[in-house]
Design a protein around this ligand. Sequence first.
Ligand code: FNR
Length: 343
Amino acid sequence: MSRSERKWDHIRFALANQEKPFSAFDDIKFIHQSLPNISMLDVRLDHSIGELSLSSPIFINAMTGGGGDKTYRINKELAQVAGATGLAMAVGSQMAAIKDKSQKYTFEVVRKENPSGILIANLGSEATPDQAKEAVNMIEANALQIHLNVIQELTMPEGDRDFTGALNRIEAIVRSVDVPVIVKEVGFGMSRETVKTLIAAGVSMIDIGGFGGTNFAEIENNRRDRALSFFADWGIPTPISIIEADSAANGRTAILGSGGFKGAMDIVKGIAIGAEAVGMAGYFLQTLIERGIDALKEEIETLQHEMSIIMTALGAANVADLKKTPLMIKGETYHWLHQRGID
Ligand code: FNR
């Protein structure tokens, strides 16, 4: 099977993988305040993370590596949505286009469609510093994501089995590219141990890519004769991972949240518990493919409007205020954090 056929399988199975029986975000509860002392007109969603100035703390997370005309079309449409809504956008892994230059057009299109927006390049941790520079140049990226996907690779029949040296390569990439490097997971979450190690390596942003949304163990299991079903519920739920990461980062490195975010309430909760911004992949892809480009633009505008409504109820005029909002943590999330000594 070619790389672009495999990636199309990923998209098909990812679309079928969006319904989840429960959400760990239900464990987070805001404490109602009757005197928020705020006007909705004063709520602002714009937020700067290091050198990246975001018009809202939502970004379109990496999807559709692999090249081919379908990648081209999806990247083009996502870039149009990002341009129209002012959202930052990450592309999927560019390794296919680095290995086969004829595929570069499938990524270059995002800069053509969105000349002045924030675009984020993407490669796996097998990349060399030269490949990282090439990925950044290909789309004139404002930042570079390096994804970690050990469980996905182990579940893929044709996946990698050797994970040595990733941290050394990440350190070398951080030293050699001149944009911020974001290390991300792809839906299995990051522990505070991982986060501490990445911070020591000089990584300036970490997207914890937690469990609870698109599940690449399930997606890859669909493609195996004998499923590795023990990986289907493997991973750190997104809210837990954000709180673990935030406790390890202690303000030194920006923590981004992703994995299973669907509505405005999830996003507001993710920020309140420690994320500087929230990435969405599967939900946006599903909206784009099933309902079209205008529906996705409208959905993003609605999410932003609903975030402002919730922030008004909480008396939070901006992202910094939201982080001071009192909240309750219950259920499995509470027990996990308690056992990990994070209270
Ligand atoms: C992804 N994701 C991804 N991540 C990455 O770093 N490089 C990649 O090439 C891809 N490719 C990809 C394809 C498709 C079809 C999907 C749905 C996702 C992972 C993505 O960025 C994100 O980490 C996970 O999907 C979890 O977030 P959601 O989908 O639950 O919002």
